[in-house]
Write a protein that binds this ligand. Structure first.
Ligand SMILES: Nc1nc(=O)c2c([nH]1)NC[C@@H]1CN(c3ccc(C(=O)N[C@@H](CCC(=O)O)C(=O)O)cc3)CN21
Ligand SMILES: CC(C)C(=O)C(=O)O
Ligand SMILES: [Mg+2]
Length: 273
């Protein structure tokens, strides 16, 4: 068992130690109180309220329509379900894309109101001035490189990155580290790129579709538990098939209502004798 399972509350200081000790960092996304409680009880190190909530909770085709208020709403719910895990809020598209002042204001608002202990921003060298301002203001920042879903239209879809070279991603990672990020999500890149980046930065890399060399891993809640099947990326491993469990239970409930099996006396209130 990991010595970190004894840790009462994971803070940003634990992640650097974990990387140095070769202790892999376990992360999942979460979007609500009940789910967050399950992840925390299981011993997850970090929960990200991802803008993927636009897709798995709301059925949008991509993450672009998500607003800061929606992230705040879900982050507050997750926060109430966590005791030990470190909580990160994903900054949605458009909230850090016009100028530094607005970006900082939006990030400060998320930290102030949601209970998140860090924000995550997609991007490399082009957002360094924003990240420097945030980290120097006391806000933990998580970077995000490689397949950046907020760039879906310029990428022409959710496309794996780094196949034709990854020097630019490596340079971005080094710049993010210099700007003070406490970790970097590497999404949808070939494993050799993730290996090289992980070796060349001293902040932990958290992979999703980035292979085994990252310092930690993250997946989307609904993917891990087999709830979401609009699409299943190659990197997703299903650890449960809860959709079929829920589907069977729902069918049984419907049958029992239709056939007046439910409710029985055990689930009904009676007059006093
Ligand atoms: N449910 C869910 N899981 C995710 O991992 C996820 C989201 N939603 N929403 C936001 C982004 C979008 N993501 C995605 C979505 C699709 C692929 C995908 O289909 N990739 C292809 C390879 C594409 C290529 O480069 O040719 C694959 O086969 O995995 C990858 C990442 C990851 N994120
Ligand atoms: C998958 C993670 C890294 C993410 O950005 C999200 O869930 O939105
Ligand atoms: Mg995201």
């Amino acid at each position: 068992m990991s010595k970190y399972s004894e840790v009462k509350k994971i803070t940003v200081s634990h992640f650097k130690k974990m990387k140095a000790e070769g202790e892999k960092i376990s992360c999942l996304t979460g979007y609500d109180y009940t789910s967050a409680k399950i992840l925390d009880e299981a011993g997850i190190d970090l929960v990200l309220v991802g803008d993927s909530l636009g897709m798995v909770m709301n059925g949008y085709e991509n993450t672009l329509p998500v607003t800061a208020d929606e992230i705040i709403y879900h982050t507050k719910a997750v926060k109430r379900g966590l005791k030990r895990a470190f909580l990160v809020a994903d900054m949605p598209f458009g909230t850090y894309h016009s100028n530094i002042d607005d970006a900082v204001k939006n990030c400060v608002n998320v930290i102030k109101t949601s209970g998140a202990e860090a924000v995550k921003l997609e991007g490399g060298r082009e957002i360094i001035p924003i990240i420097e301002k945030l980290t120097s203001s006391g806000i933990n920042v998580m970077g995000h490189l490689g397949l950046m879903p907020q760039h879906v239209h310029t990428m022409g879809g959710f496309k794996v990155q780094g196949k034709n070279g990854y020097d630019s991603i490596l340079q971005d990672a080094v710049a993010l580290q210099k700007a003070g990020v406490f970790s970097i999500v590497l999404e949808g890149i070939i494993d050799a790129a993730a290996e090289e980046i992980t070796k060349n930065v001293d902040v932990p890399t958290i992979g999703i579709g980035a292979g085994k060399y990252c310092d930690g891993q993250i997946l989307v809640y609904h993917d891990v538990f087999g709830m979401f099947d609009d699409f299943v990326p190659k990197f997703v491993k299903k650890y449960a098939d809860t959709k079929s469990v829920l589907l069977d239970a729902a069918k049984q409930y419907i049958n029992e209502v239709k056939s007046s099996v439910f409710p029985d006396d055990e689930h009904s209130f009676k007059a006093k004798k």
